[in-house]
Design a protein around this ligand. Structure first.
Ligand SMILES: Cc1cc2nc3c(=O)[nH]c(=O)nc-3n(C[C@H](O)[C@H](O)[C@H](O)COP(=O)(O)O)c2cc1C
Length: 349
C-alpha cells in the first residue's frame, strides 16, 4: 500500500501518507496551548499519523478567528507548543507541523458569528468589503501594514522552528486573509497588491519568500489553498494551477488543496473526496506534490487516491477526531508497517 510507504519533502521523511488536517480547537488561553492540546495532538502521534498539522495559529492577535484560537506571536505561546512537539518527537514516529494563519475580515468571531467590537476587535482586509453584509466593514490594510504582516508570518515561523516544528504550512485557504488577497471578489485594490493575478498573489509570495529564508533542507514548506471559491469571476482552479506553478518555483514543497470559504452563501456540492479533483489537476498540470482533503474517511479510498496519482498526502480532519488510531488501526488490516507505542504491544493484531 502506498499509504504506508514513506515520502520525503526536502530531507524530512514522513513514515506514511496520513496527515492530521489542521483543525481549530478554540481552546487556547490568550493564544497559549493548554493540557487539552497536549493530549489531543499527543494521541494522534500515538495513533501512527505520519504528519500532525497543528491548527490555524494566529501570527498576530487580530489574526485569530476567535479569542480562543491558538497563537504564536510571543514566546509563552511558543513554549507551550514546544512541549507538544517534544512529546511527539520522543514518543512516536510522527512529524509535526504548524499552520500559520491570519483570518483577516473573518477574524473576531465566536461560533461563526462576528463578535461585537467590545468583545472582539476591528478586522483587517485587502479592501473595505465585509465577508457577510451584516458584518462591520474591515479596515483596509496600508502597504506598510501589509509589509509588517509579512514580517509577522516570518517571526512566527522563526518561533515555530525554535519550538522544534518540522513543517511550516501557510494558511492561504478558506477565505482568510491571504485568500482575501488572492480573490478578485474580496480584493479590489488598485496598488501593487490588487488587480492583476501577479498583484493579487504578491502578499502570499512575499510571505513564502520571507518564511523560506528561515527554512533549511530539513524543514519543508506547505501552502493550503482553496482550489476554487465556487463563485462566478472569483478565484478558480485555473488561477490555482497558475499559483501552484509560481509557488513550486519559490520552493514550496506541497500544495494542500481545500476549497471555498471566501464567498458568503456559496453553494458547495459535497460528496466523498469532493476536493480530490482539484488536487489532482494541480498535481498533473504542475507536477508539484499535493495533499488531498475533504470527506476521505477510509484507508481504501485514501489508497485509491494515491494509486491514481491524484495526491501524495491524505489530510484527514473529522475522521481522525473520531479515531485517533486511524493510521495504525488500518495498518493492521492491510498488514502494513506502522508505529504503535511499544507499551501497547499486547494489543497488536
Ligand atoms: C473542527 C474543525 C476545525 C477546523 N479548523 C481548520 C483549521 O484550523 N485550518 C484549516 O485549514 N482547516 C480547518 N478545518 C478544515 C479541515 O482541516 C478539513 O479541511 C475539512 O474538515 C475537510 O476534511 P474532513 O472531511 O476530513 O473533515 C477544520 C475542520 C474542522 C472539522
Amino acid at each position: 500500500m502506498i499509504l504506508y510507504t514513506p515520502i520525503k519533502f526536502r530531507n524530512l521523511e514522513l513514515k506514511n501518507r496520513w496527515v492530521m488536517s489542521p483543525m481549530c480547537m478554540y481552546s487556547s488561553e490568550e493564544g497559549v496551548a493548554t493540557d487539552f492540546h497536549y493530549v489531543h495532538y499527543g494521541s494522534r502521534a500515538q495513533g501512527g499519523t505520519g504528519l500532525i498539522m497543528v491548527e490555524a495559529t494566529g501570527v498576530v492577535p487580530e489574526g485569530r478567528i476567535s479569542p480562543k484560537d491558538m497563537g504564536i506571536w510571543n514566546g509563552e505561546q511558543a513554549a507551550a507548543l514546544k512541549k507538544i512537539v517534544k512529546f511527539v518527537h520522543q514518543n512516536s514516529e510522527s512529524k509535526i507541523g504548524i499552520q500559520l494563519a491570519h483570518a483577516g475580515r473573518k477574524a473576531s468571531t465566536w461560533n461563526g458569528k462576528q463578535l461585537p467590537l467590545q468583545e472582539g476587535w476591528e478586522t483587517v482586509a485587502p479592501s473595505k468589503i465585509p465577508y457577510a453584509e451584516s458584518e462591520r466593514i474591515p479596515h483596509e490594510l496600508s502597504i506598510e501594514e501589509i509589509k509588517e504582516l509579512v514580517q509577522s508570518f516570518k517571526a512566527s515561523a522563526a518561533r515555530a522552528l525554535d519550538a522544534g516544528f518540522d513543517v511550516i504550512e501557510i494558511h492561504a485557504a478558506h477565505g482568510y486573509l491571504i485568500h482575501q488577497f488572492l480573490s478578485p471578489l474580496s480584493n479590489v485594490r488598485t496598488d501593487e497588491y490588487g488587480g492583476t493575478f501577479e498583484n493579487r498573489i504578491r502578499f502570499l509570495v512575499e510571505i513564502v519568500e520571507a518564511v523560506n529564508e528561515l527554512l533549511n533542507e530539513n524543514h519543508p514548506l506547505f501552502v493550503r489553498i482553496s482550489g476554487t471559491e465556487y463563485a462566478e469571476n472569483g478565484w478558480d482552479i485555473d488561477e490555482s494551477v497558475q499559483l501552484a506553478e509560481v509557488l513550486k518555483n519559490k520552493k514550496v514543497d506541497l500544495i494542500d488543496v481545500s476549497s471555498g470559504g471566501n464567498i458568503h452563501g456559496a453553494k458547495i456540492n459535497l460528496f466523498d473526496g469532493y476536493q480530490v479533483p482539484l488536487a489532482a489537476q494541480i498535481k498533473s498540470e504542475t507536477r508539484i506534490p499535493t495533499g488531498a482533503v475533504g470527506l476521505i474517511k477510509s484507508a481504501e479510498f485514501a489508497e485509491e487516491i494515491l494509486q491514481k496519482g491524484q495526491a501524495d498526502l491524505i489530510f484527514v480532519a473529522r475522521e481522525i477526531l473520531r479515531n485517533p488510531y486511524l493510521a495504525v488501526e488500518n495498518s493492521f488490516k492491510g498488514e502494513a508497517d506502522c508505529f504503535f507505542p511499544h507499551q501497547y504491544d499486547r494489543a497488536k493484531i
